[in-house]
Design a protein around this ligand. Structure first.
Ligand code: COA
Length: 199
């Protein structure tokens, strides 16, 4: 027999989930080029995010390269997050990526990655790669949630302490016509599947 109590609870869960699927997103958020004036806030986020942060010199050295680009995620006039990446012929190498602690778990990181994914194509740049510390589990989970996969281990990759890195890669998916909408849809359906499993 149909258990109406269960069905009712399930419907409520689905309604709540549908309405809250993206209520984490900041409404007044946008992504733009990094400019010199952003640097104090960028250094602040860098220092709050990493045990071994880049120094000012590291930022300058990288950003001076012709193929290196800095982008900012901005919300209400504040730097919420940043990313620094290199453009190569066949792909994109993410060198530095961080979200301000006060803006975390609000899809800032995901939206910055979505922006980067739009630069991929079937013809030219087909993947985004990055190195993540073996001990940085939150970042590994974040990138996995955004469809990056670990493909190899780079032994003793860092100069600060002996630590391995995972090389994580996102591959362009040619079948997706609208990557943002599709990734949202698949996230929605995997959450829906989990709900149905527990109900
Ligand atoms: C990793 C980081 C960039 C994530 O940014 P963010 O804006 O908070 O991420 P999002 O809100 O877009 O998260 C999307 C999903 O990723 C996963 N995720 C993000 N942070 C996570 C964490 N700390 N633990 C587990 N899963 C996490 C979750 O599935 C999350 O969805 P949910 O919030 O609905 O559960 C941010 O925590 C950060 O700046 N960390 C310090 C710097 C760093 O490690 N950079 C990466 C270097 S390789």
């Amino acid at each position: 027999m149909l258990d109406f109590g269960k069905v009712y609870k399930l419907l409520i869960k689905i309604i709540l989930m549908t309405s809250s699927i993206d209520d984490k997103k900041l409404s007044n958020f946008f992504i733009r080029w990094m400019i010199r004036r952003d640097m104090p806030e960028v250094f602040g986020i860098e220092n709050a995010s990493f045990e071994f942060p880049w120094l000012e010199e590291d930022f300058l050295q990288n950003l001076r390269q012709r193929n290196c680009i800095g982008m900012i995620g901005e919300s209400s006039g504040q730097v919420a997050g940043f990313m620094i990446y290199q453009l190569h012929n066949s792909g994109i190498h993410l060198l530095n990526f961080a979200v301000s602690p006060q803006y975390r778990r609000k899809r800032v990181g995901t939206q910055m990655l979505d922006k980067l994914k739009l630069k991929l194509s079937d013809q030219k740049r087909k993947n985004i790669c990055l190195e993540v510390r073996e001990t940085n589990l939150p970042a590994q989970l974040f990138f996995r949630e955004n469809y990056f996969r670990a493909f190899s281990v780079l032994k003793d990759h860092y100069s600060d302490i002996p630590e391995d890195a995972y090389l994580m890669t996102y591959r362009h998916k040619p079948i997706l016509q609208e990557p943002l909408e599709e990734s949202l849809k698949s996230r929605y359906f995997s959450k829906l599947k989990n709900l149905l499993r527990v109900a």
